[in-house]
Design a binder for this molecule. Structure first.
Ligand code: UDP
Ligand code: MG
Length: 329
């Protein structure tokens, strides 16, 4: 009922609103066609969408594909007026590609989507309904990750558990990049100049009235996952370093605790020698202390290195991505 009211308000509005769907693609020549058909099928035929007069654009960001994706996108752009193509000069990674797409989008609402149909297009309709009802961000939450590998599931849940314990702003669990962002939210995102981008963290940081729709994540439609474990590990580090400084600050506490322990240990040794006259035993305890503290030292230095490296990248201040060509804009 409430949503229907929102829809009728839309109809009486002046300018038809625009929805931008932003799709980063990397070596996906088999997937771009079926994806576009699914979106067209949905948005051209859905009654609710049509009754609002909502217009849409699909922005494909070609993230340096090598496999004929560029040709496929060129063809789609030629045949379909909704399609816009942004070609990056090389592979910059999904996060940067997404930023490029968000920068280029002009919609009143923007939905980033994967091209492999793991983000179900049907969900776009309830998202739009919630947006028209007043939400500025609509999260799509996975209630079931059975389609992911065991490794990905367990590593992801461990990551979210750790980050949400230490992050300054909690990240929504089980919500990927697939969500609806109002223009206000997109404008703020576009003003964030972070180079080590962890979009999920940025989305949560913004705040705003947020609603959630739930879905169960299907298998990849065709082609292979583009994530390698090393890249995922890096993304996880980006996530931690960009949401909290706790790993930097914790070492003063650890150092203080060890110093206090060492003080009591030393006092105990002095008392032992004074009262019993015996030698303080040596080799084993020295080795343990040296190796333990050496390990801690290197660990804390490494943590600082993670932050320092990202600061260095930020200070160089290179563009987040380089656009090779634009088509359909
Ligand atoms: N992608 C990208 N650049 C990359 C890696 C992936 O633009 O360097 C795109 C990819 O084409 C897809 C989306 O990001 O549209 C999600 O990738 P994928 O399905 O491989 O990730 P998964 O679902 O396995 O997490
Ligand atoms: Mg996928």
């Amino acid at each position: 009922m409430l949503e229907n009211q929102a829809f009728s308000k839309e109809i009486s509005g002046q300018r038809p609103r625009l929805l931008s769907i932003v799709v980063p693609v990397f070596n996906e020549c088999q997937s771009v066609g079926p994806f576009l058909s699914a979106i067209d099928e949905l948005l051209l035929n859905d009654e609710l969408v049509r009754s609002t007069g909502l217009n849409y654009e699909v922005i494909f960001v070609d993230d340096g594909s090598q496999d004929g994706t560029a040709a496929a996108l060129h063809e789609l752009c030629r045949l379909n007026a909704h399609v816009k193509v942004l070609k990056l000069s090389r592979n910059f990674g999904k996060e940067a590609a997404l930023s490029a797409g968000l920068d280029a989008s002009s919609g009143d609402a923007v939905i980033p989507m994967d091209v492999d149909l793991q983000d179900p297009p049907e969900l776009v309709v309830p998202m739009i309904a919630k947006w028209l009802g007043g939400a500025k961000i609509v999260n799509a939450k996975r209630i079931d990750r059975r389609s992911d590998t065991f490794f990905k599931r367990t590593s992801a849940s461990a990551f979210y558990r750790i980050v949400n314990k230490i992050a300054d702003h909690p990240i929504d669990d089980n919500v990927g990049d697939f969500r609806l962002l109002d223009r206000d939210a997109v404008n703020i995102l576009n003003r964030m100049t972070e180079h080590s981008r962890f979009n999920k963290g940025l989305f949560s940081w913004i705040g705003f009235a947020t609603e959630t729709v739930e879905y169960s994540r299907p298998q990849r439609d065709r082609g292979d996952s583009k994530w390698r474990p090393a890249a995922l590990f890096n993304l996880a580090l980006d996530g931690i370093t960009s949401t909290t400084t706790l790993p930097l600050r914790i070492w003063s506490l650890v150092g203080a605790a060890i110093a206090i322990l060492a003080f009591f240990y030393a006092a105990g040794l002095v008392a032992y020698t004074l009262f019993t006259g015996g030698d303080a035993p040596g080799y084993a305890s020295i080795m343990v202390a040296v190796l333990f503290l050496g390990g801690l030292n290197l660990l804390s230095l490494g943590m600082m290195g993670e932050y320092l490296g990202r600061i260095a990248i930020q200070v160089r201040n290179r563009p987040l991505y380089v656009i090779d060509s634009k088509e359909g804009f």
